[in-house]
Ligand binder design. Structure first.
Ligand code: GRF
Length: 202
């Protein structure tokens, strides 16, 4: 049985927001039983902000201030998120590393999507690095966020073959298509497990 309580998401972005869009679309289609209460971007120019507003979701910018520490920035994030009390923090192309305090506050309730078959190819430029290494497989991973970059337990992966004529761009496009399938699926799975009501012993 799934709880009647809404599954409240906060989504953090920095750019295009195509994964945000996939999550919005899955909710609209009814394949994801969740509600996005807030979208936060660290960049005012993020295209995803427009996608959120188009869908009627409050979208705010929390921009880094010069000289501010990671801890101070993350405290502003925590303050911004607090009124919505999210069940799950969804990082969707959020280009900042979260501090230990932030990760601890939402322990086990922060997820990220990364364009590689983790634990391989953590960090940036994954598509080019996969090509340079002559890999035959590539993909995307949804994982829990810990204090280490692109670390934490894997929730779901999608794997695609690297074709002989692939470029970093073509790989990126095909990986993105996979991301848009697995991210809403991972969130729905968490919805069904994280909010599972305790079994009534009677
Ligand atoms: C995705 O490739 C994701 O794996 C990575 O950042 C990118 C975000 O893309 N973490 P978008 O903003 O969702 O289009």
């Amino acid at each position: 049985m799934i709880s009647d309580t809404p599954f409240k998401l906060a989504i953090l972005i920095s750019g295009e927001g195509s994964n945000l869009q996939a999550i919005i679309d899955a909710i609209t289609r009814g394949t994801l039983d969740a509600r996005i209460d807030m979208v936060i971007s660290n960049k005012a120019s993020a295209r995803g902000l427009g996608r959120a507003r188009q869908a009627g979701i409050p979208a705010v910018v929390v921009a880094a201030i010069k000289g501010q520490s990671r801890e101070e920035y993350d405290q502003r994030l925590l303050d911004t998120l607090a009124p919505t009390a999210p069940d799950l923090i969804v990082l969707a192309g959020f280009m900042r590393i979260l501090s230990a305090d932030f990760v601890r506050f939402y322990k086990g309730r922060i997820i990220n999507i990364h364009p590689s078959l983790l634990p391989a190819y953590k960090g940036m430029d994954t598509h080019q690095r996969v090509l340079d290494a002559g890999e035959t497989w590539h993909g995307a991973t949804v994982h829990f966020v810990t204090e280490k970059l692109d670390d934490g337990k894997t929730i779901i992966q999608s794997r695609i073959p690297v074709e002989p004529d692939d470029t970093a761009e073509s790989l990126q496009q095909r990986v993105h298509i996979e991301e848009h399938v697995i991210y809403p699926r991972a969130i729905q799975w968490l919805r069904e497990t994280l909010l599972q009501p305790a079994i009534d012993p009677l």
